[in-house]
Design a protein around this ligand. Structure first.
Ligand code: SF4
Ligand code: SF4
Length: 495
């Protein structure tokens, strides 16, 4: 097992002595720059890697270490999607378009500085609603202008439906916005008409196929303009069974041809309580295995993002956690000044830890590839608090990260959200049943700790859970499990 560093990632979140922390981070003989160079994927150039290596959404590996925050300054939207109702909010719910409080650009600045001082993992500031960042442009622009003056190294990101995007691409480039997400659910307006009841374009409301055709053309134009300016673009697509699921293969081809950097296929979230058209009409979302099936079909097309958490429009923290409720307006100081020391110290530590993780991961992947047997694949769920390690109690996990071990090595394939099974020592059987259902297709669970009762119930459901690899890197533990499960046994002599 590789040893965790003398100062842990957890320690940086507590009150700290910055000088001691920095000294400890650099005393291992591994400078951040030397570790950084080994982390780059082989198929990516240095310049692109430099732009994504600390972005939790654009780099799967970075999401173990870096956090994003969304500020809800863009309130208005120019289209209606059948899966959206911005009036509904539940503070415990993670769903795009949902916010507890809308902000002005000044309030957003105060919030971002407060978070940057207290959450050293922060690397990305996004505007993802609750409306559309390009349609509510003045607020998006004012927010970015003031924050980039205060915290110049925070990466700026927007998310848009694309309708107003072509009008603002040049300004985005001037403001140094390097990452843009466009939600593209169709390239065929007939299918689009089943997803979008109306759009508002050139001072008129338009409906049906006409509306979807305009939206499609604007989305493609916006994507081409971003590509021409070298801005990295991620495409989000909502998978809606029976409406656009198979069609997303064509969407993937279209966006790849137009230079999209990543394609993120997300499951439709649909519930009558949300009051959306799909929720009220019984349109279901895909199961975890249906989503994985489509993602597997898309492998080889535009590069896929599989670690999206479908965050709220006011989310704060690492992907998979939301600390937004710690930073509501009533808790923010009236006046706040940015202090860069905590973020800088955190980056030093992370650079070293990531170098160690990458080496362990490479070794584990090589070992699985070597041990791989035909058809031998397994899905393993990992409970983690971050850092790529198995460091969360089974009963406290709010999600599991799922890896597939096969002839391709060890690949992160997604996450499964669950309700925390045990809070304060009291487990609930109903929640455990839901957890078992969420683990469909998974054969093994790795966690830091687990009680006998849930362990036995998991075994009864065909899932083996263990804390034998507590605090290991996920890939290292999975390679050991794989070797155990699929080790090639000596062939029997024939009679
Ligand atoms: S574009 Fe976003 S905010 Fe607008 S209706 Fe669709 S999901 Fe809701
Ligand atoms: S919704 Fe997905 S892409 Fe957007 S910040 Fe969350 S994880 Fe990243």
């Amino acid at each position: 097992m590789s040893q965790p560093f003398a100062i842990s990632l957890d320690s940086v979140l507590k009150p700290i002595d910055f000088d001691a922390m920095k000294q400890a981070a650099t005393s291992g003989g591994c400078s951040s720059s030397s570790c950084g160079s080994s982390m780059k994927p082989d198929d990516m150039d240095e310049a692109t890697w430099d732009r994504i290596k600390d972005h939790p959404c654009y780099s799967e590996e970075a999401h173990h270490y870096f956090a994003r925050m969304h500020v809800a300054v863009a309130h208005a939207c120019n289209i209606q999607c059948n899966y959206c109702n911005r009036k509904y909010d539940c503070a415990n719910e993670s769903r795009p378009g949902v916010v507890s409080e809308k902000l002005t650009p000044d309030q957003a600045k105060r919030k971002v500085i407060t978070v940057a001082n207290e959450v050293p993992q922060l690397s990305v500031l996004g505007i993802a609603g609750p409306g559309d960042a390009c349609y509510d442009w003045k607020k998006t622009q004012a927010t970015f202008a003031s924050i980039s003056q205060e915290i110049p190294d925070v990466k700026l990101c927007i998310s848009t439906n694309g309708l107003a995007l072509p009008d603002h691409v040049d300004e985005l480039a001037e403001m140094n916005v390097d990452h843009v997400t466009i939600t593209i659910n169709m390239v065929d307006p007939e299918i689009g008409a089943k997803i979008y009841p109306w759009i508002f374009f050139e001072h008129k409301r338009r409906t049906g196929v006409e509306a979807a055709k305009i939206l499609h053309e604007r989305q493609m134009l916006g994507l081409e303009m971003l590509t021409a300016r070298g801005i990295l673009t991620k495409i989000n697509s909502v998978m809606i069974p029976g409406v656009n699921d198979e069609h997303l293969i064509e969407v993937n081809r279209f966006v790849k041809e137009r230079g999209a950097f990543l394609h993120n296929v997300m499951p439709l979230i649909s519930d009558p309580a949300h009051g959306t058209h799909y929720g009220l009409t019984g349109q279901r979302g895909p199961t975890a295995m249906e989503l994985k099936g489509l993602q597997d079909k898309l492998d080889g097309g535009a590069k896929l993002m599989r670690h999206c958490r479908q965050c709220r429009a006011d989310a704060v923290g690492l992907l998979g956690e939301d600390r937004g409720q710690e930073f509501t307006l009533d808790q923010l100081p009236e006046a706040v000044a940015y202090d860069p020391r905590k973020r800088a110290a955190y980056r030093e530590i992370v650079a070293e830890e990531r170098g160690d993780h990458v080496r362990a991961k490479e070794k584990a992947i090589a070992s699985v590839k070597q041990a791989a047997v035909e058809g031998g694949s397994m899905l393993v769920a990992v409970a983690t608090k971050g850092g790529g390690r198995i460091n969360e109690h089974f009963g406290h996990a709010k999600e599991f990260q799922v890896y597939e071990a096969s002839a391709k090595g060890v690949v992160f394939v997604g996450h499964r959200k669950i309700d925390a099974y045990c809070m304060g020592g009291f487990g609930e059987d109903g929640t455990l049943d839901a957890t078992i259902a969420a683990l469909e297709g998974v054969g093994h669970v790795l966690c830091a700790k687990i009680g006998d009762c849930p362990k036995d119930m998991l075994v009864a459901a065909g899932i083996v859970a263990t804390n034998a690899y507590a605090y290991e890197y996920a890939e290292t533990a999975i390679s050991a499990l794989y070797a155990e499960a699929f080790a090639v046994k000596p062939a029997k002599a024939s009679a």
